[in-house]
Design a protein around this ligand. Structure first.
Ligand SMILES: NC(=O)c1ccc[n+]([C@@H]2O[C@H](COP(=O)([O-])OP(=O)(O)OC[C@H]3O[C@@H](n4cnc5c(N)ncnc54)[C@H](OP(=O)(O)O)[C@@H]3O)[C@@H](O)[C@H]2O)c1
Length: 240
């Protein structure tokens, strides 16, 4: 089924985890994918797998918090593909900052900004071309941590909660101009984001990244007169 044939999807954090699985799935269903992340080797590996399966993938090394590098990446993608029909704002990282009372201000602010800035900058850079063509989809990968309180995760959670309000406001601003804006709020997914240190929750109870990618693809494939605007997706076992 070539659901995304002729469409171009830009995926931040496309080198591994949920972003890479989403790229593979969208490419398998006909999309040309453009991947952005900081680690070239992972981008190359994901793109190579897509090529070997008969799909089309391009990659660009950029930190989504670095406006100059990100602009070059987005312009690079646009110059190769001609348009961006789908933007999946997925890049992010989990960082516990401990209790608020004892948290380190620079670590707190770095974690907050690092999980929010790229969402804003990437959207701002891609949106003009979508508005010009009068169509597009923006799907923001947020987290259940943006809607429910988890001790120690204040900086990450506040960034994801801000991302949710950003999604709602953006949807209001552009929905009548052909751009559909959505957010997915996953519970725990078994990816490298959890690291391998002590205290990592039981991975066997987490969702697989390829399962979350399937849900993302379903949101993107929803009939054009509908919008699955905010979707919480949890492991069958609960959040974890
Ligand atoms: N895994 C979970 O349990 C879970 C649950 C809810 C929500 N999420 C969200 O899902 C998204 C993807 O997470 P994941 O679990 O797939 O994590 P992951 O396996 O660690 O992948 C994260 C991806 O984002 C990229 N990235 C991170 N910071 C970046 C930056 N500043 N600039 C460019 N790329 C950056 C990483 O590549 P580089 O490091 O090479 O840049 C990597 O490709 C995140 O937004 C996360 O908050 C995850």
């Amino acid at each position: 089924m070539e659901t995304f044939a002729g469409q171009v999807a830009l995926i931040t954090g496309g080198g591994r985890g949920i972003g890479a699985e989403t790229a593979r799935l969208l490419a398998q269903h006909g999309a040309t994918v453009a991947l952005i992340a900081r680690t070239q080797a992972q981008l190359e590996a994901t793109a190579r797998q897509i090529h070997e399966s008969g799909g089309k993938a391009h990659w660009f090394v950029a930190d989504v918090s670095d406006e100059g590098a990100l602009r070059e990446a987005v312009q690079g993608a646009l110059s190769i593909t001609g348009s961006i029909d789908i933007l999946v704002n997925n890049a992010g990282f989990i960082q516990s900052v401990g209790a608020i009372e004892s948290s380190d201000p620079s670590e707190w602010l770095r974690t907050f900004e690092g999980n929010l800035k790229g969402l804003y900058l990437t959207t701002r850079l891609v949106l003009p071309s979508m508005l010009e063509q009068g169509r597009g989809q923006i799907l923001n990968v947020l987290s259940i941590a943006g809607a429910r309180a988890f001790e120690g995760l204040s900086a990450y959670s506040c960034a994801k909660a801000a991302g949710l309000m950003f999604t709602r406001i953006l949807a209001k601003e552009v929905r009548r101009r052909g751009v559909r804006v959505m957010a997915i709020l996953p519970g725990a997914v078994d990816t490298a984001i959890w690291g391998d240190g002590a205290g990592v929750p039981d991975r066997s109870r987490m969702m697989r990244p390829e399962s979350v990618a399937r849900v993302i693809a379903q949101m993107l494939a929803a009939p054009p007169d509908t919008a699955i605007d905010e979707l919480t997706v949890l492991p069958t076992d609960g959040i974890l």
